[in-house]
Write a protein that binds this ligand. Structure first.
Ligand SMILES: [Cu+2]
Length: 124
């Protein structure tokens, strides 16, 4: 059974500082890329997720078959959230799945703009 055991989030005030190493793994979201700094361990991970961009973003964690393991709520630009998620060993896709329609009617799909990256957990 592939379910998140723990989902616990704390919104923290943004101080503009990048996540420090002592807080564990970190993910940065921005227009339009995701950078993930491990190590991501098998088991419970406390991931510091920072939206370093201007627009709202999310972090969606999916396994190789595309099944969503867990996801954050919308994170506003400049905010950092502590995202606690249980991950089994394996390869995951970290992505943002926001799609917005801009004034001229064009759809902007953050995933297709480049907000996706591959993360290995444990000995995968
Ligand atoms: Cu996004």
């Amino acid at each position: 059974m592939r379910k998140a055991l723990v989902t616990f989030m704390i919104l923290t005030a943004s101080c503009g500082a990048p996540a420090s190493a002592e807080t564990g793994p970190a993910v940065d979201l921005r227009e339009f890329s995701i950078s993930a700094e491990g190590p991501f361990e098998s088991g419970v991970n406390q991931i510091s997720v920072t939206n370093a961009g201007e627009f709202g973003h999310t972090l969606v964690i999916a396994d190789r078959s595309g099944v969503v393991v867990d996801a954050t709520p919308l994170i506003a630009g400049g905010e950092t959230l502590l995202f606690v998620v249980y991950l089994e060993p394996g390869t995951y896709e970290f992505s943002c799945r926001i799609v917005v329609q801009v004034d001229d009617g064009t759809l902007v799909d953050h995933y297709h703009e480049g907000m996706t990256t591959t993360v290995k957990v444990g000995n995968a």
